[in-house]
Design a protein. Structure first.
Length: 168
């Protein structure tokens, strides 16, 4: 089975999840950042990882997803939001839409630390221009996200992709 793991990572979160997934993939599976990835065709399974921005996959991974030809796809991503939130549901939907109409075996999401530079830029804006005001609830979520991905996230990602491999 020809498999490929491709990821886009801004802070290292998605790269770490990609490495965990790669560890359970069949021998010969390549692990590459999106900037170095080969054309996305001729594989039995493409495992594509992204970091979340503006409610969906990052621009580099979106561009790669648009190039997919007849392949089965498994998706994974990292975001600052809780994975059981309405925001995460939108992210899953947008990721699936990005690879449609190709068969997709699922979307695995886990929390990941938010880019400190992004948080600083947001905090520097006047309050009325902040997309997401810094509430106590948001501070708590950011603190929780800063501890991810962790060993449990890596194990969950591996279990998710083992299931995908069994379906192929």
């Amino acid at each position: 089975m020809r498999c490929l793991v491709v990821y886009s990572s801004k802070t290292g979160n998605t790269r770490a999840v990609a490495q965990a997934i790669h560890a359970i993939m069949p021998a010969g599976t390549a692990l590459l950042p999106v900037q170095e990835a080969p054309a996305p065709h001729g594989y039995d399974l493409l495992c594509l990882g992204f970091w979340v921005t503006l409610g969906g996959p990052d621009p580099a991974m979106l561009a790669y997803m648009r190039r997919i030809e007849a392949c089965t796809v498994g998706l994974f991503g990292t975001l600052g939001a809780y994975t059981d939130s309405p925001h995460a549901d939108k992210v899953r939907q947008r990721a699936l839409e990005a690879v449609a109409p190709h068969p997709t075996l699922g979307v695995f999401l886990c929390q990941g630390k938010i880019d400190p530079a992004h948080l600083a830029r947001q905090a520097a804006r006047p309050k009325e221009q902040q997309r997401h005001p810094m509430t106590e609830e948001r501070r708590e979520r950011i603190a929780v996200a800063a501890t991810h991905p962790d060993a449990q996230d890596f194990a969950a990602a591996q279990a998710f992709f083992k299931e995908m491999l069994a379906k192929c």
